[in-house]
Design a protein around this ligand. Sequence first.
Ligand code: GLN
Length: 446
Amino acid sequence: EETFNQIKRFDPEVKAFLHLFEEEALSKAKEADEKRKKGEKGSLLGIPLSIKDNICIKGYPTTCASKILENFIAPYEATVVEKLKAEGAVLIGKTNLDEFAMGSSTENSAFFPTRNPWDLERVPGGSSGGSAAAVAVRMGLGSLGSDTGGSIRQPAAFCGVVGLKPTYGLVSRYGLVAFASSLDQIGPFGLTVEDTAILLKAIAGKDEKDSTSAAVSIPDYLQVIHQNEKTKFTIGLPKEYLQTEMDPEIKQKIEEVVNLLRKTHEIKEVSLPHTPYAVATYYIIAPAEASSNLARYDGVKYGLRVESTNLIDMYKKTRAKGFGKEVKRRIMIGTYALSAGYYDAFYLKASKVRTLILRDFLEAFKQVDLLITPVTPTPPFKIGEKITDPLQMYLSDIFTIPVNLAGLPGISLPIGLNSEGLPIGLQIIGPHFREDLLLSLAYQIE
Ligand code: GLN
C-alpha cells in the first residue's frame, strides 16, 4: 500500500511506469504476509519490485515502449521473473524505456518520456530510465532493467541509485526481448549495494532455456560483501577514460573517492588502448544484431498489423507505422553493415576490434583486481537537449559500452551530488563472473 501511495503521489509527474498491477500486487503482498507469519522464507518475500517493459511477465503487456507491441500480451514468463516470484517478490508494474531499449534518455519511448526525479526538466537516462526513476522515488524497492551498452548503469548514475550489469551469461536472457543478443544482459537496480546483491543472487544462474547462460556457481553475494568489508584490493584507473573529455565536477568527485581509497587499497594506472574505438564498434555490432532480431516484427506473428491486400505492402506499412525513428535508424545502419560486400568492411572488422577491446581488459586484470571509471561524461541532461543529435546521445555511453563489448560485469553507484544537486555515479568494472569483488568494493565505497 505504501508503494502504491508513493506511485500515486509521484508517478503522475515522473512517469516511470507503463503498466501497474495494483490489485494483483496487493493480494500477492497479503499472501506474502501470511507466508511470513507461517515462518516461510524467501529472500524477497513481500518485497515490491518493478520490471522493465522488455521483460516478459506471463499474461501481462510487454510493449518494449513500441507501438508495434502496444497490444502484445506475453504468453510466457521470463526466467528472471520466475526466479523473483519463487523468492516471494511482489511485482508492482512495468517500467518505461527507450523503444526496444535503444537510447540513453527514455525519450525514445513511443508513449511518453520519463523524467528525472531530481529535476523534472531532465532525463532519467536510458534505456532503463523508468526502472531507475522508480527506484529513486521508492516506487518499489528495486527493479530489473537490461543493459546492452549502458542501459542499467547510465540511468542508475543519473537517478542516484545502484545499478549492476552482470557478466554476459550470468543471468538468463530467456523472456528478455532481444535487442543485440551478444551484448544484452538483465540486471538489478537497488537503493543500496546490499539490496542489489540480494537481487542479483535471486536472478543469476544457468538456465536450460538460454544456451548462452553459464554454468557457474552463484555465491551468496550478501554474505561475501560482509566478509570482504576490510579486504584490500588492487584497483586500476584506466588512463584513456580519465583523459576523455568530461564534466569537471564528475572528474573531481571520482578523484575524491579514489583518494580516499588510496588509504586502504593499492591504486595503479592502467591502459586500455583500444577504448577510443568502442563506441564506433558498438554502433556496428548492436545495430547489426538489432536489424536481425527486429525482423520478426512483420505484422504476421504478433503485434501490430496494418492490413493490405499485398504481403510486402503489409510488411512495409506495419513496420513504417510500428517502429519509431531511432529504431528505424538502427535497422537501416544494421542492414547496411550486414549487406553483401560490406560485411567484411564493417561487421567483421568491428568483431575484430571487439576482441582487441576484450584483450585490453584481460591484460589489465593481470595487474589489478578491479577498475574504477566514471559512468557518464556529463550529469543528467535536459529533456530535448540531445534527442535531435544522435551522435551526442551515443557518446553518453562512452564509459559503459566497452564493458558490454567485453562481456564484463559493471556496477554504477552513487557518490554524491554536483553543485546543481544532480547525482554523480562511479563505475566499477570487474573480471568475468567476479560480481563478488565488484559488489564488495562497491559496498566499501558506499
Ligand atoms: N544507449 C545505448 C543504445 O542506445 C545502450 C542501450 C542499452 O544498453 N540498451 O544502444
